[in-house]
Design a protein around this ligand. Structure first.
Ligand SMILES: NC(=O)c1ccc[n+]([C@@H]2O[C@H](COP(=O)([O-])OP(=O)(O)OC[C@H]3O[C@@H](n4cnc5c(N)ncnc54)[C@H](O)[C@@H]3O)[C@@H](O)[C@H]2O)c1
Length: 323
């Protein structure tokens, strides 16, 4: 990381104004989160219908946010949607970028944000997998650019993975980790860049195998989903895959687990190559999901998911985002 310092304009505890750039599924989810935590939020998105969609998303998220508890003064009225990117970031004390996952777009957008934002304000990208080193190439002050990778929906799933690029100032990584923590997120700070960070690398392994099974007609979309929600997913909500496998080794713990099941790692269960995502597989996934939805529309599924996450957080004593 760069040795240059990017002094933050205020401490993470003193942030009052946050800008969200790109207001789709994730940007809108961030807007809902920051509003619920009592921040003033400015948002900008170039799509002509962006403001309507954003306000609908926030309104749909609000009942869940009320249920888990709003910060004092939190209000949907504290959202301002601006006509330009420059207006959105002019007074911002923290900026979250959630534009489409296209490298060239991220590069030029981060450079544009860097040029428009007040000096020293940290700019975080929601990217699902691009290393910041690859995205910060065009910015005049790359030292203040970090990755702050959320999970959908950012207003309910606590985790944010924070990591800098080669030209990021370590102080910017530290500042943003502290800021997310103050803003009610659960933070993992990574000291090096990994493609897909930690969680997406794990999710991709599962996802790849799911696509193989559908492509080969080995399992339906519904069975794949049930195999997780009725099985290991119940444990993963409070104990990660490593510790749950250590328990699977009985009193012998992880040592017995590895000695016993280690050889099966070479079994043909895993097909490490990605499947060919052709039209047939795409349609099988789309049709399978439609069948699994059993007539529920997007809004119903979002409400069900939100309630499910809240119930799990409540049941495991983690409402409020603390780990
Ligand atoms: N969807 C997820 O589950 C998820 C999870 C974690 C991270 N992410 C990451 O979040 C980012 C946004 O993904 P999403 O799922 O919200 O996508 P999305 O398609 O729902 O939203 C993207 C938004 O960006 C807007 N946009 C287009 N060009 C833009 C520009 N030049 N500047 C600013 N905004 C622009 C679009 O109008 C759209 O509203 C991506 O980097 C993605 O990898 C997504």
């Amino acid at each position: 990381m760069s040795a240059a310092t990017t002094p933050a304009p205020c401490s993470p505890e003193d942030v009052r104004r946050v800008a969200c750039i790109g207001a789709g599924v994730i940007g809108g989810g961030w807007v809902a989160h920051f509003l619920a935590r009592g921040y003033d939020v400015t948002a900008w998105d170039p799509a002509p219908d962006a403001e309507d969609k954003l306000r609908r998303l926030v309104a749909a998220a609000w009942p869940a946010l009320e249920q888990i508890g709003l910060a004092d003064g939190a209000s949907q009225d504290r959202l301002t949607v601006t006509a330009t990117l420059a207006e959105a970031v002019a007074d911002a004390q923290f900026i979250q970028e959630s534009a489409p996952e296209k490298l060239e777009l991220k590069r030029s957008l981060l450079a544009e944000l860097d040029a428009a934002a007040p000096a020293g304000v940290v700019i975080a990208s929601s990217t699902s997998g691009y290393p910041m080193t690859d995205m910060q190439t065009e910015a005049a002050d790359p030292a203040r650019l970090v990755v702050g990778h959320p999970f959908n929906p950012p207003y309910l799933i606590p985790l944010v993975e924070v990591v800098g690029g080669e030209r990021t100032d370590a102080a910017a990584v530290e500042w943003s980790a502290r800021f997310y923590d103050v803003a009610g997120k659960s933070v993992i700070t990574m000291d090096r860049e990994l493609p897909g960070f930690i969680a997406n690398r794990l999710q991709e392994a599962l996802w790849r195998e799911a696509l193989h099974m559908v492509a080969n007609g080995e399992a339906s979309v519904e069975d794949i989903d049930a195999s997780i929600t009725e099985g290991p997913g119940l444990r993963w909500a409070f104990m990660g895959p490593c510790l749950t496998f250590a328990l699977a080794g009985g009193e012998g713990g992880m040592a017995h687990m590895l000695d016993h099941f280690g050889p099966s790692l070479k079994s043909p269960w895993t097909r490490l190559e990605a499947p060919d995502l052709d039209r047939t597989l795409r349609d099988a996934m789309v049709d399978g999901c439609e069948e699994a939805a059993k007539g529920r529309d997007y809004a119903q599924l979002v409400a069900e998911r939100d309630q499910g996450v809240i119930d799990v957080l409540r049941a495991t004593g983690r409402l409020g985002g603390a780990r």
